[in-house]
Design a protein around this ligand. Structure first.
Ligand SMILES: Cc1ncc(COP(=O)(O)O)c(C=O)c1O
Length: 449
């Protein structure tokens, strides 16, 4: 029934018997609030492939939600981790310092946008990086207000979800939220009002922000604006360059710090080491995590040296922040990205995904938009009859893809957007096989509907 594939093999069924048994135990032992997007129970992973406990092999188009840009288990990273394990696992940087922490801070100062003195502190997760960026910005400016944007996502801690915009499932009945956090409108180019040119739309959105500073909060009360240069969870929303520059310039004029949350966009995903570069901005602070270390739990806050030095000793940090394993892994990942020019590869992957879906769009009018910056690509589905987001279709599509060997995620406030976060080490043949499977599944669902 199913076609013979080169890389994918799901003959054991998804999930297979071993996977199903673990899922049954998981249901007893792990709360349902810790969601699972797929029933895949992994045994091992390499490059762009996942193998489950029943021996099924999948193409991974989700990359642990954008964590695996350098591929699963890159041999260079595994090697440095093994070497590090033989030396020491953890000493806590606050107690006994180690060179990889310093080396990684030096490297991030070099590769992040902006030719000025920078410093970096490390934490464990994306949300923690955001928390620290906000603490540092408040300490430096002596102001409290923080602005984030509609459709933005910044994590699941109290502050992270306060800055986040999608209500369900991220913040529903979880309030009260952190005070002095404000949400401004982010552009959604697909919904640009009729009659406006792109430049006029960008200006319209900047004007809205100027209004917001009159109606919601005064600039003198704002410590920082935090923005994902391309929104991740919000649906891979690519704002007009003029909008990002407009907000950035308003920040500069009013001494408000600009924090770029590059947790999902960073480390070559968008065809450049950091997405900020595409928008011609040099953020005061950048938050990073996910693909920084091929899956080791580490995050970073890099910023102008004088800003980063605002907190005094002990005011930022933590027991595990910048663990030695995370630091050596990150150094090896960055070296690999530079050596193999994964930024360029991201562009090639993105071009191939967009070309594929733009061709398919001609056949399937449910594909309302195909967009991307580098390999941060998305396909948005809207019912052509009703104009409603095609959420149900995406649910069936992601499930069908997984059952046929492609792990892929949805995004967006209506969950009607397919997003691609394939490892950037995926081969052309693997990418094509995954796209072909997705197309077969999509046509199967669409035609049956
Ligand atoms: C832009 C952005 N910020 C923050 C976070 C939170 O990161 P974490 O889940 O590691 O706390 C994420 C995670 O998806 C993200 O995409």
């Amino acid at each position: 029934m199913s076609k013979q594939r080169t890389f994918v093999n799901v003959s054991a069924g998804v999930p297979g018997p071993k996977g199903a048994a673990i899922i049954a135990r998981r249901e007893q032992a792990v709360p349902s609030g810790v969601g699972n997007n797929t029933p895949v129970v992994v045994e091992r992973a390499s490059g762009a492939l996942l193998t489950d406990v029943d021996g099924n092999t999948y193409l991974d188009f989700a990359g642990a939600i954008g964590t695996i840009n350098a591929g699963h288990c890159p041999p260079e990273v595994v090697q440095v981790l093994k070497e590090q394990l033989d030396k020491y696992i953890h000493t806590c940087f606050h107690v006994a310092m180690y060179e990889p922490y310093v080396q990684l801070a030096e490297k991030l100062a070099e590769i992040t946008p902006g030719d000025f003195a920078k410093k970096t502190m490390f934490a464990n997760s994306g949300a923690e990086a955001v928390e620290n960026a906000v603490k540092i910005a408040r300490k430096y400016t002596g102001r409290q207000g923080i602005v984030s944007f509609t459709r933005g996502f910044h994590g699941r801690t109290l502050l992270g979800m306060s800055l986040t915009s999608k209500v369900k499932p991220y913040k529903f009945k979880m309030g009260p939220f952190a005070p002095m956090t404000y949400k401004a409108q982010f552009p959604y180019p697909m919904n640009k009002p009729a009659g406006l040119t792109d430049a006029e739309y960008a200006q319209y959105c900047v004007d809205q922000f100027e209004d917001f500073l009159l109606t919601e909060v005064s600039p003198e009360e704002l410590a920082a604006v935090i923005m994902e240069p391309v929104q991740g969870e919000g649906g891979f929303v690519i704002p007009p360059v003029e909008f990002v520059q407009g907000i950035y310039n308003i920040c500069k004029k009013n001494n408000i710090l600009f924090i770029a949350d590059e947790i999902q966009t960073g480390f070559c995903r968008t065809g450049s080491m950091f997405a900020s570069t595409h928008f011609g901005i040099e953020p005061d602070i950048i938050t990073m995590s996910k693909s920084i270390a091929a899956g080791l739990p580490i995050s970073a806050v890099t910023g102008r040296a004088e800003i980063m030095d605002a907190p005094t000793a002990g005011e930022i940090g933590g027991t595990y922040g910048g663990s030695p394993l995370g630091c050596v892994a990150a150094l090896a990942v960055i070296e690999k990205m530079e050596k193999e020019n994964l930024a360029k590869r991201a562009q090639e992957i993105g071009d191939a995904i967009q070309k594929h879906f733009l061709a398919l769009q001609k056949e399937l009018p449910v594909i309302a938009d195909v967009r991307g910056l580098g390999a941060m690509c998305a396909v948005e589905f809207v019912d052509p009859q009703t104009g409603e987001p095609a959420k149900e279709l995406i649910g069936k599509l992601t499930k069908g893809c997984c059952e046929n060997g492609v792990v892929v995620l949805s995004a967006g406030v209506h969950s009607n957007i397919l997003r691609f976060l394939t490892p950037l080490v995926i081969t052309d043949e693997q990418l094509q096989e995954g796209l072909d499977i997705m197309t077969d599944v999509l046509k199967g669902i669409y035609v049956t509907n």
